[in-house]
Each structure stands twice: as C-alpha cells, then as structure tokens.
Design a protein around this ligand. Sequence first.
Ligand SMILES: [Zn+2]
Length: 257
Amino acid sequence: MARDDFTQKTKTELSLRAAHFCSNPNCLRLTAGPRSDDLRGLSTGHAAHICAASARGPRFDTNQSVDERKSAANGLWLCRECGDMIDKDVNGFTKETLTAWKLGHETMIAEVRQKGWSESIELLRSGQMAPGLAKEVISLLEDRRTFWAIFDAEFPDRVRMSLDDLRHELTRLRSRCASDSPLDKIIVALGRTVRHFFDTVEQFDLQTLKCDGNDPNWLAFETALKVLRKSVGYQIGKLAASYQITLPGEFAEFLPR
Ligand SMILES: [Zn+2]
C-alpha cells in the first residue's frame, strides 16, 4: 500500500521544532543525546503522522492531498513509546488532540529558547504540570454557584465573598505556574475579569442590595454579573479546549457559544 512518508528533511524540521523533546505534554521525554561508547549522537524520537501516511493507518484523512500528508504541518515529534501509543489507541488520540499537543509544545519551546537555562527548566516542568493545573482552575470555578445559579437566587454579598475567595485561590495556583506561560496568562486574565467586576460594583452596598427589578443598582449589579459570567465562560472554554478537558454538561451550558 502506498505510504506518504515524511522526507528526511521534514523529519529533521519536526525534531528541531520540538527541540528533540516528545511533544506529549504528559511525557516531554528528551529524545536525543550522546552515545556512551563513541562520538556519535543518539535519537530515540519519531516523526509521527497526525493523519496517517496510508489509507489503513490511524486518523487517515481522504481529503488530504499527498503533499499535505507529507507536509511538516501533518506531523509532530514524539518519543517512540508515545508514537506507538497514539497509533494503537486512535480514539484516545484524535487529530484535534495531537494538533493541540504540537501547538502547545512548539509554543513552549519558542518561549524556552528565549530564556536562560534555569528559567527554561522551570518552563518545561510547568509545561508538564500545566494540564493538571488547568483542571484545578476549572474545578475551582465549577464549585462556585456564582457562575451557575439563576440571578434572583444570588445574594450580592455572597457573590462578593465567593469571588474574593476565588481571587486568592487563583493567586495560589499562579505560584505553581511559570510566569508568562500560556496557562499563567489565562489565570491572570481570569483574575483581571474578577477585579473588573469588583471595580464596577464597589459603589453599591452589597450587604443590603436585594433582587429588585425596579432598583437601578440591582439592575447594574445584575448586568455586571452577566458580563463576568460571559467573560469567565469564554476563558474557561479556551482553557478546556487547550488542555482537552471535558467540561461537565451543566457547567458547559453556561459557556458562550
Ligand atoms: Zn513521549
């Protein structure tokens, strides 16, 4: 059967773009190094096809031209074990997942290149931790009624306490995340959204404010809460997509489409 394999040049480009690290964010194994017994180098990496090189292969896409199939855009650099894993468990590793791995990894490598050694190690390590931290961010928000409950049921002061607590939790998570990494930027943006909400409602006495459709203060509060939910929802959607996190049904419903 015809195989549209990568050329050696394309394989080399893929390995360089990944800096010889496996692009699976949960693996990140280094796939190049010195041989111990002579002066040659050693590679244990693998230029993997996102959509297969031949018709019976995993994730084969009939719509791809031969050139597209052989292009570096259709490949990612993995260690041998991860290369094996994605081809044997096709449903577990979709085209979307692999494309996200590649994009995330190359973005991280581009950032690592511009920093010194110690910061690079920190970034690499945080890249490995990022999927877990991203899940923590999402469950932080999932636990908060402020983002769910129908507006009438919300007591403004309870919203304030919940968001205040959220701010602290986000700061705590940020301390475990390399500064300026993609995840860090999302956490910062979430913090900014919450701060913007506080700036908007600080003129009201939240301890006495009650649900009242004729009270302009209540209406302003309600609008600010809607804006907050929409903005947080948008960021959560982005976060879930970047780290392939499936949101629970009820939680997903409030996300803007
Ligand atoms: Zn790997």
